[in-house]
Write a protein that binds this ligand. Structure first.
Ligand SMILES: Nc1ncnc2c1ncn2[C@@H]1O[C@H](COP(=O)(O)OP(=O)(O)O)[C@@H](O)[C@H]1O
Ligand SMILES: [Mg+2]
Length: 160
């Protein structure tokens, strides 16, 4: 279980770099993967989701925006991308009541902004990615999760 604590910290120097990192991760994703994004408003969650979508193969025709009012956006790709933003939820039970938990076992990739709001019901094997605002153009991105794909990421980081 020690792998579960594997943690990678990356300082992103620009929105483009965050997208590029996310796109790299997007390429490694498979059906059933759940990515839990947390961090303040403006910390880069949607920027990351956008890069992830590109890496997964979502066409440039789709603009990736926070599904704040709709709660979920769905994009066709190599495998379906379900993009949640649960900012407006009052509690995780609302998420359950809406039947959204079933997306965790659906045949697609799930990315959730403000995932800290539903932390109680996230699958154990989710990737946890948190974003911290450093200054205008820099964000600290911390990636945690029990996946061998983190090794590839460590290599990516090493390669600059
Ligand atoms: N290194 C960076 N990574 C991500 N976004 C950045 C970075 N530097 C500046 N930004 C800007 O910060 C904003 C992040 O917004 P967004 O991704 O919508 O955040 P959130 O979804 O967390 O509220 C964007 O305007 C983006 O251009
Ligand atoms: Mg957002």
């Amino acid at each position: 279980m020690s792998q579960k604590n594997t943690k990678i910290e990356i300082i992103s120097e620009s929105a483009a770099q965050t997208e590029e990192l996310a796109s790299f991760i997007g390429k490694t994703l498979r059906e059933g993967d759940v990515l839990a994004l947390s961090g303040e408003l403006g910390s880069g969650k949607t920027c990351f989701a956008s890069g992830l979508a590109r890496g997964l193969g979502v066409s440039d025709q789709y603009r990736i925006t926070s599904p704040t009012f709709t709660l979920i956006n769905e994009y066709p790709a190599r495998c379906k991308l379900y993009h949640f933003d649960v900012y407006r939820l009052n509690s995780y039970s609302e998420f359950e009541d809406l039947g959204y938990e079933e997306y965790f076992c659906a045949n697609g990739v799930v990315v959730i902004e403000w995932a800290e709001k539903i932390i109680q019901i996230l699958p154990d094997d989710a990737f946890f990615i948190s974003f911290e605002y450093i200054d205008e153009n820099r964000r600290k991105i911390i990636i945690q999760g029990l996946k061998d794909r983190l090794k590839e990421l460590a290599r990516y980081k090493g390669g600059g």
